[in-house]
Write a protein that binds this ligand. Structure first.
Ligand SMILES: NC(=O)c1ccc[n+]([C@@H]2O[C@H](COP(=O)([O-])OP(=O)(O)OC[C@H]3O[C@@H](n4cnc5c(N)ncnc54)[C@H](OP(=O)(O)O)[C@@H]3O)[C@@H](O)[C@H]2O)c1
Length: 249
């Protein structure tokens, strides 16, 4: 898919889904604002940015930030626009997962989960609503667990449900033909999942997909690029991409 002349801002672009999404946009010719959070990721992401600049002849800018912080989120969009001229596509991967019974969850854990998943998404959506170019696309990562009736994920589900609702409502409020959507992967083969899950439950998740495997990053990236281009008529939706793991009514 060609993204020539476009600029995409991707958070968490140093690894996993964010990195592969960035690569797909670069292959399509898009300029890129690449965000990372942990300071130790700076050198690797700077090298990745320089590699894609030479390979795909695109412009990049690398930006750090704690996106639970209003100043850093504002700086993310402002730096991207100042370096690339505009942001047409904004993809937010920022998230944190916790699998723990609600009765054992501390207020500190609750606050961190809502800061990382919900507050960061609010700040990102607010900047995007004001700064993404006319007819642009905003894509937020939520989770297929939103449609699961399960134990252990109450705070993650609640925090990501807030992202879904903010994104849906904002899609009706924006006057500039920007599409706002969520993408909800099923259990996806990244360390994000394994940090919270037992081997047995991962095997169980595989049995819940129609094809008998976990969601791969490569299953999700084309859905994100589709929403950013040919799928632009879709707005305010949450695409559950999980091969049968869960389905909203
Ligand atoms: N893997 C799954 O099973 C799965 C399934 C459904 C949905 N998702 C969603 O998909 C998205 C990407 O997940 P992934 O599997 O690719 O894992 P990931 O690479 O760990 O993505 C999470 C990103 O959030 C960043 N982050 C955390 N706290 C932050 C903060 N305060 N400020 C800025 N960035 C922060 C992390 O950076 P640091 O690590 O440097 O903190 C990381 O880059 C997440 O939103 C996740 O909820 C994942």
């Amino acid at each position: 898919m060609s993204f020539e002349g476009k600029s995409a801002l991707i958070t968490g672009a140093n690894k996993n889904l964010g990195k592969e999404t960035a690569l797909a946009f670069a292959k399509g010719g898009s300029n890129l604002a690449l965000h990372y959070h942990s300071a130790k990721e700076k050198d690797a992401l700077t090298k990745f940015a320089s590699d894609i600049e030479s390979e795909y002849k695109v412009k990049t800018v690398v930006i750090s930030g704690d996106l639970t912080n209003e100043k850093d989120t504002k700086n993310l969009f402002d730096t991207a626009i100042s370096a690339l001229g505009k942001v047409d596509i904004a993809v937010n991967n920022v998230g944190m997962v916790l699998r723990k019974p609600l009765a054992e969850t501390s207020l500190t854990e609750y606050d961190k989960m809502f800061d990382t998943n919900t507050k960061a998404s609010f700040l990102f959506l607010r900047e995007a609503a004001n700064k993404v170019a006319d007819e642009g696309s905003v894509i937020m990562l939520t989770t297929s667990l939103l449609a699961a009736y399960t134990d252990g994920y109450s705070i993650y589900q609640a925090a990501k449900a807030g992202v879904h609702m903010m994104c849906k409502t904002l899609s009706k409020e924006s006057p500039r033909k920007i599409s706002f959507n969520c993408v909800s992967p099923g259990p996806m083969d990244t360390p994000f999942l394994y940090g919270q899950e037992t081997k047995e439950r991962v095997e169980f998740f595989k049995t819940q997909s129609a094809y008998g495997r976990l969601t791969e990053i490569s299953d999700i990236v084309p859905i994100i690029t589709f929403l950013a281009k040919d799928g632009h008529w879709i707005t305010g939706q949450n695409l559950f991409a999980n091969n049968g793991f869960t389905a909203p009514f």
